[in-house]
Ligand binder design. Structure first.
Ligand SMILES: [Zn+2]
Length: 99
């Protein structure tokens, strides 16, 4: 019975890591459950899917990764676009605290 509890937490940790990285929780829960430790490890080293931004080609509408310079379908040169994510809204309104 204790083994099931341990496996459950291994699945939970793998699922949680995968969820943070934008993958399926249920899928990685199963992987972590069936492959304790290794499932969690695999979830940790798996590429973060949220890091990959995509954009549509202006010419043909083909969706390519944001770092792609030339459209893979029509060959059009694509402008370099700053990846999203680090942009913070400029709202410089410090709250005046009275102490
Ligand atoms: Zn294109």
């Amino acid at each position: 019975m204790e083994l099931l509890v341990i496996l459950f937490f291994f699945g939970l940790s793998a699922g949680a890591v995968a969820k943070i990285k934008g993958s399926s929780f249920a899928l990685w829960f199963l992987i972590g459950f069936c492959l304790p430790f290794f499932g969690t490890l695999a979830a940790l080293v798996t590429r973060n899917e949220r890091d990959v931004d995509v954009r549509a080609c202006d010419e043909c509408g083909n969706v390519v990764a944001i770092h792609v310079q030339v459209c893979t379908r029509c060959g059009r040169d694509l402008d370099y676009v700053e990846p999203r994510g680090d942009l913070e809204p400029l709202q410089g309104s410090p709250q005046a605290s009275g102490g």
